[in-house]
Each structure stands twice: as C-alpha cells, then as structure tokens.
Design a protein around this ligand. Sequence first.
Ligand code: GN1
Ligand code: MG
Length: 356
Amino acid sequence: MVKRIFKAYGLQSDSVDIRPFGSGLINRTWKITAANKEYILQRINQSIFKNPNDIAENIRLIANILKLEYPQYKFVAPVTSLDGSEMVYEEGQGFFRLFPFVPNSFTVDVVETPEQAFEAATQFGRFTRLLRNADINKLNVTIPSFHDLSLRHTQFLTALENGNRERIKQSAQLIQTLLGYNDIVTEYERIKLSTQFKLRVTHHDTKISNVLFGEDGKGLCVIDLDTIMPGYFISDVGDMMRTYLSPVSEEERDVEKIVIRENIYHAIVQGYYNEMKDELTETEKKYFFYAAKFMIYMQAIRFLTDHLNDDIYYGAKYEGHNLVRATNQAVLLQRLVQKESVLVDHKMLAKEGLGL
Ligand code: GN1
Ligand code: MG
C-alpha cells in the first residue's frame, strides 16, 4: 500500500522505513524514511472529515496568504503528487497526505515547563494573527459545528434519552455533575449572539504535539491543519488549557494525579496575549478563564456522550474507556473552577493590560 502511495508521489520506495507516529484519536499518522529523507504520512479519517478536499482547499488558501504576506513564516505544506494534487486516494483505504518532516524539529507530547506552554501559545496566537485579514467566508467548514457547545450539549441530552440504559444508570453521578454546569452553555449562547466576539481563522486542535519546536526549544510553527475553520479564540486558548494545565492527560485513570499548574496557566495567557492583544476586543480579553471551562466541559460531555452511545465516535481500548476519560475531564474542570480566584489575579491582569 505504501509503495503505491509513494509511487504516486514519484518517490523511490525500495527501502522504506515506516513507523506509527503520534497519538491522535482520529487520523492515522506514520513517520516514513525513504532515500535518506523523512516524511510524515497521514490517512484522513473520512467518517469524520466527510470531504477531505475541503481540508486541501483550506490549506492551499492559507499557504497562499502566508507565502504572499509573511514569506518568512515556516509553513509546512503537503507534498504534491505527480499529478499535482495534495492527496492520494487509495482504493479501500481512503485519502493519504505526505508532509516533509522538518529537519531538526521535534514535537513534545506532554507540557513539562511554562516555557513550552508559552512557546505553543505564541505559535497558535501568531497563526491567527498572521491570518487576521483572511476572508473567513472563503474557509471551508471541515467539521460542521465542531466546537458548538450548544450542539454538544444537545447531543449529550439526546444520549441521556436514547443511549445505552445500563451505562446511563451506572454513570448517574457523573451525569448529574455535568448537567450542573449548564451555565457554561448559557454563557456560550451569549457569546454567539454578541458582536464583541469575532470569528477568526482558528486551529481547533491546539494540543502541544501540534507545535513544531526547533533545536533551541523555541516554537517554529503549528501543524495539523485539518480543523482550521472560522472559530472563536476560546477554542484555541481553551484546548491549550485543557491539555497543558495538568501533568497527566485525559487518559489518566488515577484522578489524584490531575492538578492545575498555575505557572502553565499564566504562560498560556501571556504567550497568546502577546500575539493577539491588538486583535482581541476588550470583552474577549476577559474570557481566558472561561475559555478553559468551555473546552474542558465540552470534552467531558463529548466523552460521556460517546460512552452512553457505545463508543461509536472515539472508540474504546477497554470497557468503560470513555467513561474514564469523561471522569478525568470532569475532575479537571472541578479543580480548575476551585482555583479561579488564584488564576484570575485581577491585579496582575490589570497590570498586563488584560482589562479585568
Ligand atoms: C480528537 O484526533 P485528535 O486526538 O487530534 C478530536 C478532538 C478532541 C480529541 C480528544 C476531529 O482529536 O476534538 O479534543 O480527540 N478531534 C476530532 O483527545 O473529533
Ligand atoms: Mg488533530
């Protein structure tokens, strides 16, 4: 299979080394070494990205703007195949894409230092800032309503009606806890109606492994552009908070290990804010903490919804896997909320010009 794909790119494949890469839940990714060159090969999950061509068009649009306006920006464009397309279709397998592996770059799986969080937040903020003049109406929506919390909440309520009865019974306590955070949804509905919140070019998957770092430990650029769509800044800031604040990931079963690292919180705010301060409205500047609640809550109900729907979206490696993930995210949310007064240091924010 790999041989045929490589042929489509005009690459020699006599001695190809191929190994799984990264830990995404949706697309499959491999690192390829062929003829002394390194590549990243990715298969697009078409049950989720219904129209892979939408992604290719978005990447082309963004690449053109960046090349024209910011030629210095390191943009990792996909390798085009011999017939000039960004994707290769393999019967029965779907669409594949090939990226050059940026030499001397590395990715990080778990945020260990505030500097890493700061660098990542800088990169995601910069990406949105550099594309501030892009016409967002020209961007395809690759997953409709992806971060629409109202829809996620409705899907959760529907799962409570129609989902697996046994699982609903067993999860009663977690369901009650999560229903109790309804104000996060209400706030989101206000945001959608507000003229103070802008739709911008948003990454929508800001985990640390989507940032390329250079040898000096500084961020180089962001990668994985499949979910680039018009969105609110709370999506990107919130998913950084969700995935960087705690030293353990959503997979951790021992909830005692879930803690909120204050220095990481401040590093995210500072890195993103430095880049975006002239773009964000005064109202948006007050929503960094809300961003964390918004994304953690959304992920908690998405995992629980999937558990109640017999794991049809995320899949499960063991019985109750999505319940473990949902519980983990609910604990993360609870620990975050407990720390609100420490994290939202009003005096500090006023000094930084964060308008609170
Ligand atoms: C999925 O595949 P991955 O890990 O990049 C999901 C995200 C979730 C994440 C949770 C298209 O992302 O929204 O936050 O899992 N992506 C999609 O681990 O649903
Ligand atoms: Mg992704």
